[in-house]
Design a protein around this ligand. Structure first.
Ligand code: NAP
Length: 394
């Protein structure tokens, strides 16, 4: 039964409703409605009109502390030299922990990093009436890929359709549209492009119904599919730490580090984790929040692998692999106030910088894996959080 009670709709003030006075008025409306007082939410330096394509019903800004960790020496194809990395977090001990890992990497000659792949995908579904029709539909798409590509690419200057891979689900067909998206993370770009392509397809081929996203591309979900296919950038970072440095800076030994990773992998397997790692989500989230990335993408991005080995001479060799790193240096939240400043601080704002940001993210993630594993092995983990991270309300 329909609830007849009057619904108090939040004031819109037209479209988009992000003028400074709209935001202030809406904030006052919420204060009145809820009894909250927005002393902090209402204080900000960004132009709210610039958030028009980032947020609706804006009432203010969420302030988040930003720490800085480094130096992080990187020898990548795009990121080269020492970086000081901005990390936005409320988790005490996180920045210090990453700093420790970064210094260990830097003292060891740096992290070697490579972007191995760069593409992203979306997977619409088409319902037909039989398996035979599904097969004929998939064959038609294959024969007409160039025409479909022209439709998709008519919506974007930077998006390029790399290919379309069909998956037959009985009388339904999922088409995985795979794109390169330049320096944008690209989710709006490829959604709009694919929508145009799908409308063209269904104009040419009769289907029962179609939907823009079947979930096969696992957007903002962890999946084995994305671990294998990749989504966004696939990046690998490696480093070798001498046994002396491991003892001096990390208070443990390469052998203990390796044994700990191995036993934690058993825990991960028992827990059913598809991608065992120590805490890849932690640094990626903090970097994403500082740099205006879509933080929910960390669900995919943090599904990665960490490996540690003892070298023949007893040193610690390790790598981190991130198969689904979805980030950008144009579009999304990258141009907003503090986000742009944080990207600029690591030389990653704008055109031609997305692979550099990906390499910095992977090297930073490697530092985090080093530090947390060492803290667990040397029994310093709880003390560090107790000392640096507790906020007992007084
Ligand atoms: P966007 O902010 O929607 O668009 C950025 C635009 O920048 C691109 O479309 C491109 O225009 C232009 N551009 C200029 N220089 C570029 C360069 N060097 N490389 C690439 N593009 C360049 O960004 P987006 O990355 O497509 O989408 C990100 C947003 O999508 C985020 O806010 C995220 O939260 C949101 N999102 C959307 C979905 C969805 O399903 N739609 C899902 C998750 C997240 P041209 O296209 O004309 O080249």
């Amino acid at each position: 039964m329909e609830n007849k009670k009057r619904t108090d709709i939040i004031p819109r003030f037209g479209v988009p409703g992000n003028r400074r006075e709209d935001v202030a008025e809406r904030r006052r409306w919420v204060e009145e409605k809820t009894g909250a007082r927005f002393e902090h939410v209402g204080h900000f330096s960004i132009d709210p009109e610039k958030t028009t394509h980032n947020v609706e019903n804006m009432i203010g800004v969420c302030q988040m502390p930003i720490g800085v960790a480094g130096p992080l020496l990187i020898d990548g194809d795009h990121a080269r030299g020492e970086f000081y990395v901005p990390l936005a977090t409320t988790e005490g001990a996180l920045v210090r922990s990453f700093e420790r890992g970064m210094i260990a990497i830097t003292k060891s000659g740096g992290a070697h990093v490579k972007v191995l792949a760069d593409h992203t995908h979306i997977s619409p579904l088409f319902q037909l009436t039989s398996l035979a029709e599904s097969a004929a539909f998939a064959a038609w798409v294959k024969e007409n890929t160039d025409r479909v590509r022209a439709e998709a690419e008519s919506t974007t200057r930077h998006g390029k359709l790399l290919g379309i891979k069909p998956f037959l689900f009985g009388r339904s067909v999922v088409l995985q549209f795979d794109y390169s998206t330049g320096d944008a993370m690209g989710l709006n770009m490829i959604t709009v492009a694919t929508d145009k392509a799908c409308r063209f397809i269904v104009g040419e081929r009769k289907v029962q119904r179609w939907i823009i996203e079947s979930n096969l591309s696992s957007e903002k979900k962890v999946s084995a599919f994305n671990l294998i296919e990749g989504k966004g950038k696939e990046v690998v970072a490696e480093a070798t730490l001498s046994k002396e440095l491991v003892r001096r800076n990390l208070h443990t030994t390469p052998r203990d580090m390796v044994d700990t990773v191995a036993i934690m992998r058993v825990g991960a397997a028992k827990a059913g984790m598809p991608a065992p790692n120590a805490h890849l989500a932690n640094g990626l989230t903090a970097l994403f929040m500082a740099c205006g990335q879509d933080v929910a993408s960390v669900v995919n991005c943090s599904a990665g692998f960490t490996q540690m080995e003892v070298d023949a001479n007893g040193d610690l060799y390790l790598w981190v692999s991130l198969p689904s790193l979805i980030l950008g240096t144009v579009g999304g939240g990258t141009g907003l106030g503090s986000h742009r400043e944080c990207l600029e601080m690591i030389g990653c704002y704008g055109e031609g910088k997305a692979k550099k940001l990906a390499e910095i993210a992977a090297a930073m993630a490697l530092a985090g894996e080093i530090s947390i594993t060492a803290a667990i092995v040397s029994s310093e983990f709880a003390q560090a959080h107790d000392q640096l991270g507790r906020n007992r309300p007084s």
